[in-house]
Ligand binder design. Sequence first.
Ligand SMILES: [Zn+2]
Ligand SMILES: [Zn+2]
Length: 390
Amino acid sequence: MPVKNRFAELHSEIAEWRRDIHANPELLYDLPRTSALVAEKLRDFGCDEVVTGVGISGVVGVINGKTNSGDACLGLRADMDALPMDEKTGLEYASKTAGKMHACGHDGHTAMLLGAAKYLAETRNFDGKVCVIFQPAEEGGAGGKAMVDDGMMERFGIREVYGMHNEPGLPVGEFGVAAGPIMAAADEVEIIIKGRGGHAAQPHNVIDPVPAACATVMALQTVASRSVNPIESVVVSICVMNTESAATNVIDDAVRLAGTIRTLDEGVRDLAEARIKEIVTSTAKAYGCEVEINYERGYPVTVNHEENAIMASEIAQAVAGAGRVHYGRPPRMGAEDFSYMLLARPGAFINIGNGDTAKVHHPKYNFNDDAIPYGCSFFAELVERRMPAA
Ligand SMILES: [Zn+2]
Ligand SMILES: [Zn+2]
């Protein structure tokens, strides 16, 4: 079974919605236009319920099947927010707002889920209930968490959740999915190493925080090489190192380091945090410096539930055809806040091919409209197979 015929018919209409959203990007929770557009379309499609303001600015549409004999309820999720960057695609529907751009394809995710909602509201060929979830603030604002914390799962009786993200480099019409951890937990650390500055020609009269900072960065390499089991995964990247002074003859009072820590397992995450704090504290002390550490935990590990990942792979195969679904791919060290929804309910997150385009978060990236029928068909087929009509 290839893509559903209905989505071939709706393709250009859904692409129009996508381009409209693309031209009008909004950030984090501040999505008045996008969330209003989504809610209006869901009402037009005849959804049984449309609720706005879930998790500050998220939208949930409810579509009842022809029957609902067993209280089954699937949640299908898309993200709506853009990124704070300038667009350089030169497209006729490029962002109208400087400093805002749909560079992660959330415009496409939103449009594809709207397309699926339109089809599902027309056909209702399933036994149960579908909740289409449009979340704010995926890009660093934990909008998925906000919706879960707002009681979304209980309020709508959601039993399982599925999400989708486009992937540049994967051919259009192909999918990738795996069971278990698929994306990393992303934590941040800021380290302020404090000495006592002075004249660079009189180093014996100061406490120089620069060698302490250098030693700290080097010692932190041992978290990956010596503390964590080599079979496990960890990234410790110190990406910022600066002093306030730009002078070449001044030893500054302090050095600021900052970076990111990525892990695929909660135990490794705990270990990495503990080792980083020990190494930073002891190294600073060895150099006679004081130190301040701010360690912030970000998105948790995104873990696909095995049964749901296998099923998602089978459904993707039904849509895409044999050999076009890559099951069991290795995890990536990026992070995704759909992880919070997968902590609350079983489900799976699947990647859809965006073809040979610029990578996400690049100023020349663009969502590939050719992927629309595949993404919509996946969602629709998932509903019809998971909750077959009585
Ligand atoms: Zn992104
Ligand atoms: Zn994204």
